[in-house]
Design a protein around this ligand. Structure first.
Ligand SMILES: [Zn+2]
Ligand SMILES: [Zn+2]
Length: 136
């Protein structure tokens, strides 16, 4: 049987379902992610065709940069999605998934830009000062 995972925003207007395995979680500590979430962005990723969406009329997109857009619920404000321009995959915030999610932390990126009020967890996964090395 194929793996399925579901999740939703805080108010429930937006629901999503994914099929197939989920990528390990990338935690991004850049200033854009910090400001959007108040802490850092922790997201898995799936190919666009492996995700179905309900409540799309409530979904808003914000472009913090030319590189990517950030999807959030316009009713409750939950941050949900991140998508690089023209990408075949979409990042989904790990915290939006119904529990147990089965998700596993994979890496921390842009650690050099992290907020000064918390410490990185000693979780044994790579911590990169900027983006992940191109080969990874
Ligand atoms: Zn909502
Ligand atoms: Zn970021």
């Amino acid at each position: 049987m194929q793996q399925k995972n579901g999740g939703r925003c805080l108010c429930g207007a937006i629901r999503f379902e994914t099929v197939g395995p989920l990528r390990t979680v990338t935690a991004c500590h850049c200033s854009q992610c910090r400001r959007q979430t108040g802490l850092y962005y922790a997201a898995t990723s799936v190919r666009v065709e492996n995700m179905t969406l309900e409540g799309e009329e409530t979904l808003s997109w914000y472009r913090a940069s030319d590189e990517a857009r950030r999807g959030f619920c316009s009713r409750c404000g939950s941050a949900l999605f991140w998508q690089a321009k023209g990408a075949a995959s979409i990042s989904i915030l790990a915290g939006a998934f119904d529990q147990p999610s089965g998700l596993v932390m994979g890496e921390h990126i842009y650690c050099a830009d992290k907020g000064d009020f918390y410490q990185l967890p000693e979780d044994g996964v790579p911590h990169y000062p900027g983006d992940r090395p191109a080969s990874a």
